[in-house]
Write a protein of this length. Structure first.
Lengths: 135, 135
DNA sequence: TTTAATTTTGTAATGATTACAAATTTTACA
DNA sequence: TGTAAAATTTGTAATCATTACAAAATTAAA
């Protein structure tokens, strides 16, 4: 039971159950943009009764409290990101890996009457590793 | 049978079947970011035997030939866009509608050894229509 | 404690997408 | 033009991610 995660949850008014603390701690130590399945695979050995429904519920709760972010870069699987600082993402179309990259500076679009409260920037291409394999 | 669409397909080396021409023509006249279901709903009265599988296959083919673009803004449904010119998108979190907006100018990120060949920019917020309803 | 509220769990349902094989249509060319 | 081969479409079934839901377990409150 990670005390740091428990405190962060309590500070948000979220009661720190074993599952929530474990998932929060996982997200704070794995900035690998995991999917629900990956989290389940890694945590179920530690919490044998853990169910995927709990992971879905918990991540939705964390999203509402802005403790995590979600991204769907390829139209099928939702990835979660424990890094909620502003940054962009790059996905390699060869190996599928998602990399964090700095958020490019942009002017805020002028949309009269629209309220903007979020932005996601995705880049696509081939990563260095896969580039090297090509040769 | 739209001649213009048939020609565009032929120019790409795609044989212009009735279904492909109809779907292409639909995308060139409905810049509403339709889903497969919406396309199916609108075209099946015209082509009664049309199947969703064909729509999926055709859109995948069009994606490969860069005749359309796809976007998954909310993690669940894939929307297709007949406008392949560079532009960004805004989705209203209230009504779900997707708006085209100009692509903001950005510096290209410096990623040594990475090959970038695509970029997607999504904004989220509340659109003018829903803003007015709030009052 | 006892009760109420919250949280988790497992199963079933849903919804989008893909696999696949049969049927149909199109294309190539004799 | 006729025929065979290739390409395309179709419908159904399967898959995969996600959600619904109600029962069980846990936690909090009185």
């Amino acid at each position: 039971m990670n005390t740091k995660s428990a405190e962060i949850l309590r500070a948000k008014g979220i009661s720190p159950s074993v599952q929530r603390v474990a998932i929060h701690d996982y997200m704070m130590t794995h900035f690998t943009h995991p999917t629900v399945d990956e989290i389940y695979r890694d945590l179920s050995p530690i919490i044998p009764t853990l169910s995927k429904t709990t992971i879905y519920n918990t991540l939705t709760l964390f999203l509402e409290h802005e403790l995590v972010d979600s991204l769907t870069m390829d139209g099928s699987i939702t990835h979660y990101d424990g890094n909620v600082q502003s940054h962009a993402h790059f996905q390699c179309s060869q190996c599928g890996e998602i990399y964090d990259i700095p958020m490019p500076k942009t002017e805020v679009p002028q949309l009269d009457g629209f309220e903007i409260n979020g932005m996601k920037v995705f880049y696509y291409g081939i990563c260095e590793k896969c580039k090297k394999k090509e040769i």
